[in-house]
Design a binder for this molecule. Structure first.
Ligand SMILES: Nc1ncnc2c1ncn2[C@@H]1O[C@H](COP(=O)(O)OP(=O)(O)O)[C@@H](O)[C@H]1O
Ligand SMILES: [Mg+2]
Length: 250
């Protein structure tokens, strides 16, 4: 069975979360469009985007986050996310964990987390920090450790926790498991699943296709700047196209 182009169904468990609507999105660099005319509806829950290197996955997340120019309409829970205005996107509830984490290595875990709450009042920032340490007990033990001295998996957790410090309605993650040991990949996917279950809409780009789809509600396949397939994660896991192209099935 091949996955058809369709709007995936809502996850019944998390109807309270924010929906991301993307219509006719195009973006690229130096006048060259890498992604073209993308229309998506990211419903509450955990959605994964897969696709080969160079397909435009990172470009898509950057365009949504207001980090690069784009054309098209983007709304989050009905609020417009403006093009090339990352600060307004954060204020309207979007958080991005970029490729490569981009922590401040010479700052402590706590300092890195506090930076994620820069738009919040000090009281709200303190409340979110306490919440982050509840959600990531491993980070609480290491609150005063310099971020640069932590393992790759721990640094990725700091990056996710820092993104959560902005109090997002939509959390986007760009290949969070890149370079991590299998056990850390599992832990990270469990964390993203829990965040989605708590009502934050999660949109994740992942190379670890099998594990990511196993944790997700829905998936999209992006190839050469276009969405070529969409469906429930279960349907995609079982589709011949996905199995052949991404899961190494004969
Ligand atoms: N800053 C940039 N300037 C010019 N071209 C870029 C830039 N970033 C990415 N590209 C090009 O855009 C295309 C898509 O890249 P990217 O979105 O990073 O793909 P993916 O994340 O799916 O691997 C590639 O051909 C890449 O070379
Ligand atoms: Mg990428």
């Amino acid at each position: 069975m091949s996955a058809r182009l369709q709007t995936p169904p809502h996850a019944a468990s998390s109807m309270t979360g924010a929906e991301l609507q993307v219509h006719g999105l195009s973006a690229g660099y130096n006048g060259f469009e890498v992604i073209r005319d993308i229309t998506l509806s990211i419903t509450p829950g955990l959605t994964v985007i897969v696709g080969p290197n160079g397909a435009g996955k990172t470009t898509l997340l950057k365009a949504l986050a207001g980090l690069i120019g784009r054309r098209g309409e983007v709304t989050l829970a009905g609020d417009t996310l403006p093009a090339e205005d990352a600060t307004t996107c954060v204020k309207r509830g979007l958080a991005l964990v970029a490729e490569g984490r981009q922590l401040f290595p010479q700052m402590t875990v706590t300092e890195n987390l506090e930076l994620g709450g820069w738009l919040a009042t000090p009281a709200e920032r303190a409340r979110r920090l306490a919440q982050a340490f509840d959600d990531f007990p491993r980070l609480k033990e290491r609150a005063t450790q310099l971020a640069g001295t932590m393992s790759g998996g721990e640094q990725q957790m700091v990056a996710v926790a820092r993104a959560m410090m902005s109090g997002p309605r939509l959390l986007m993650l760009d290949e969070p498991s890149l370079g991590l040991a299998p056990r850390m990949v599992d832990e990270l996917l469990a964390i993203t699943r829990r965040i989605a279950d708590q009502g934050v809409t999660v949109l994740m780009v992942e190379q670890n296709v099998r594990k990511a789809l196993a944790a997700a509600d829905r998936g999209y396949v992006l190839e050469r700047g276009h969405i070529v397939s969409a469906g429930t994660a279960a349907d995609l896991l079982n589709s011949d196209v996905i199995r052949r192209a991404y899961l190494g099935a004969a």
